[in-house]
Structures are given as C-alpha cells and as structure tokens.
Ligand binder design. Structure first.
Ligand SMILES: Nc1nc2c(ncn2[C@@H]2O[C@H](COP(=O)(O)OP(=O)(O)OP(=O)(O)O)[C@@H](O)[C@H]2O)c(=O)[nH]1
Ligand SMILES: [Mg+2]
Ligand SMILES: [Zn+2]
Length: 359
C-alpha cells in the first residue's frame, strides 16, 4: 500500500522508504499525530480519525514525523529522515547539549505572539534563528488585534527585526486575518504554531477548523501569561488539504545548531558585512567597516548587532559541547566491541513528547 499523499507524503519520503527496503518487511509508513509518554498515535491516511497507538520508546520521534511501524503493529521501527524540524536545546538538561524537537516535517513555522503582551525584538530575533534553522519558512503571527491598543507601533518594531518574513496580524476570536494562515495550508503542507502559553495558538486552530477541537484557557490578568492549557502537541487536518501542528506553550528557546539560521535571520546585517573593506573585518574599529558605518548613521540598531554577536557565541558554545560529546563517545568505542546499546549516548532520546509544559 502506498502512503496517503494527503498526509503530506512526498517523493523525497518515498526515496527514504525505498532505502530501508520497502515494502516487503515493513508496514506502510504513517505520520505521528500525537505523543503521550512512550506512545505515539500514528495516522495512515487523512481520513483516519483515530490512528493506531504504538510504542515509541527509544525511537526519538516528534509529532509530524513519518514512521514505519513493525509488522505486529506494536512499535515504531523507523523514523524516516525529516525534511525539516523545529529544534531547540532542551532547557532541563543542565549543561549538556540535548536537542528537543517540537515539530517535524513542517513547511511553515508560525511564531505566534499576542499584541497585548508583545515580545521584545531580541526574543523575536532568537526565535527567527530557530525557525530558519528548522528548514521551514518562518512567519510571524501577532494575535489579539481585536483588543490591541497600539498595534501599528508593535508591528513596525517587530517587522524591523524580521526582514523578508511575513508578519500577519490576526484575531482568533473575530477570525480577522485567520484566512491568511489557512491559505498556506494547501496541498498537504504542514503548518506549525509555536509560541508562549496564552498567546492564542489553539484559538487560531479552532478558528481555522470552525470547531472547538482544542481546549483554550484564559490568561492571567496581570502579566497575560497563559496556564498551559494545551499539554500535548497535536497534528490536525485543516480545510484546504493541509495540516496544522498545535503545540504546548514554551518559554525558553535556547539555540540548537543545525543550519544557516543566524545568517538568514540576520540577512540584513550579513549583507552589510559584505560591504566591509576587509574580508576578515571584526566590525570593531577597522577602517571601511560597513557595519560600523551603518550603526553610526543610524541605519543599523547597535542592539541588533550585539544580539547577533551573542547568538553567534551561543551557537559556538553548543557546537563545542556537541563536539566534545562526540569525541568522548568515539574514544570509548575505540578498542572495545561496540556495545549493543551505546552506553555513552546518554542523551535521552529526544522523546519530545513535546510534552506538557515544555518550559
Ligand atoms: N481577544 C482575544 N482573545 C484571544 C485571542 N486569541 C486567543 N485569545 C484568548 O487568549 C486565551 C488563551 O488562548 P489559547 O488559544 O488557549 O492560547 P494558547 O496559545 O493555545 O495557550 P497554551 O495552550 O497554554 O499554550 C483564551 O482566553 C483565548 O480566548 C484573540 O485573537 N483575541
Ligand atoms: Mg493551546
Ligand atoms: Zn566590518
């Protein structure tokens, strides 16, 4: 049986499936729609309302993943290579660099914020780096336009640090602007809604589905924080043949490294750097530094440049930590028979139950 293209199955996935010896030994790939501590709910078609529940211990799956279930229909045997994944560094692992995948195989990442409690520019810059790094196309969604006091100023301030990124202004309550989100959910593409608790992610989902599929919860009066109403990540079909991933609210977004997220999120600054006289310009006091000139002329906010430097340093630190762990694992393996279960890979599976309160 061929997997359902309306689940988001692509030629690229077909190749991955081919590589693992399809179809004789394995079941038809399905898509993870939800994860509950050790169990995955896997959909086999778009019309499948329930899916099957299988064990995913040790499989390292995330919602949105394409997986192959064993012949007995009991556990996940393979996770097909992801086309994209929104990954942050897990905040609960102390010093160790451990990835936490919030959603996989996504086409658009919506970074959701409420106009009533907008993020500062630095926070959005950081989220944009992660969003670009995911491999999906980022977009910013600003909710609660129906009750916002000075939306234009907020939109301008945030747009200034999101060059080339669409900024959508919506109300999940009145439905204003929600179509703009839904329009992107065509042809089996997958949209992910990410953002802090209470910003209105599930309210958007309900508006798009025209139904109260997801529970929503009031925010606290004072600081507008949500109460972590959504506790598990869900993959849901939306009209227009697309898919939507609703996630539990998160607070911490530490960098995980993968691609060129920083270059893309700060493309305006990197364009400036191309104009520096010296190729190895440190953008400090060198003559002919286009970055300094832009800062002096007011064209570039020095805080944005400082933010870029901080993120570069943070990424370098994660990279160094990853390399250190790889070296240790490598050294221990040498001269010893490879253990059946690599005892050194002490990274917990990114059992990104996406679980609960992912703060
Ligand atoms: N006025 C107004 N209220 C909204 C809007 N969107 C969401 N809300 C309200 O904000 C509160 C939080 O909305 P949710 O959709 O539950 O927020 P969430 O982002 O899903 O939160 P978590 O599931 O906790 O991560 C609810 O009381 C919603 O009714 C909006 O556009 N306008
Ligand atoms: Mg929610
Ligand atoms: Zn320079």
């Amino acid at each position: 049986m061929t997997p359902d293209p309306r689940l988001g199955w692509t030629d690229r996935l077909a190749e991955c499936w081919e590589l693992i010896g399809h179809p004789s030994a394995h079941g038809t790939p399905g898509r993870v729609a939800r994860i509950d501590r050790g169990w995955s709910t896997v959909l086999r078609s778009r019309d499948d309302d329930e899916g099957i529940r299988v064990r995913n211990i040790g499989a390292g799956v995330a919602v949105g993943d394409w997986v192959v279930v064993d012949a007995a229909g009991e556990r996940i045997e393979h996770v097909l290579e992801r086309s994209s994944a929104f990954t942050r560094r897990a905040s609960h692992e102390g010093d160790r660099a451990v990835p936490d995948v919030l959603a996989a195989n996504i086409d658009v990442v919506f970074l959701v914020h409420a106009l009533t409690a907008p993020p500062n520019q630095r926070r959005l810059e950081r989220e944009l780096v992660l969003a670009f790094d995911s491999g999906a196309a980022p977009a910013v969604v600003l909710t609660k336009i129906d009750v916002a006091e000075e939306p234009d100023a907020v939109v301008a301030e945030l747009s200034a640090v999101a060059p080339g990124v669409p900024v959508l202004v919506v109300s999940g309550v009145t439905g204003e602007g929600v179509d703009e989100i839904g329009r992107r959910a065509s042809d089996g593409s997958t949209l992910a809604l990410l953002g802090a608790s209470g910003v209105g992610k599930s309210t958007i989902v309900n508006a798009l589905l025209g139904d109260e599929v997801m529970a929503t919860g009031a925010v606290r009066d004072g600081d507008q924080r949500g109460r972590h109403t959504t506790v598990a990540t869900r993959l849901l079909p939306v009209p227009g043949d697309g898919w939507l991933i609703d996630t539990p609210g998160f607070r911490a977004v530490s960098l995980w490294l993968s691609g060129r997220g920083i270059e893309r999120a700060f493309s305006d600054v990197f364009d400036l750097m191309d104009g520096c006289r010296f190729r190895d310009c440190k953008h400090d006091r060198e003559p002919g530094c286009a970055v300094r000139e832009a800062i002096d002329s007011g064209a570039l906010d020095p805080a944005r440049f400082a933010s870029l430097e901080r993120l570069v340093a943070e990424e370098a630190a994660v990279e160094a930590e990853q390399e250190r762990r790889l070296r240790i694992a490598d050294r221990r393996r040498h001269g010893r028979p490879a253990p059946e279960h690599d005892e050194e890979s002490d990274a917990p599976e990114p059992d990104s139950t996406g679980s609960g309160d992912s703060d």
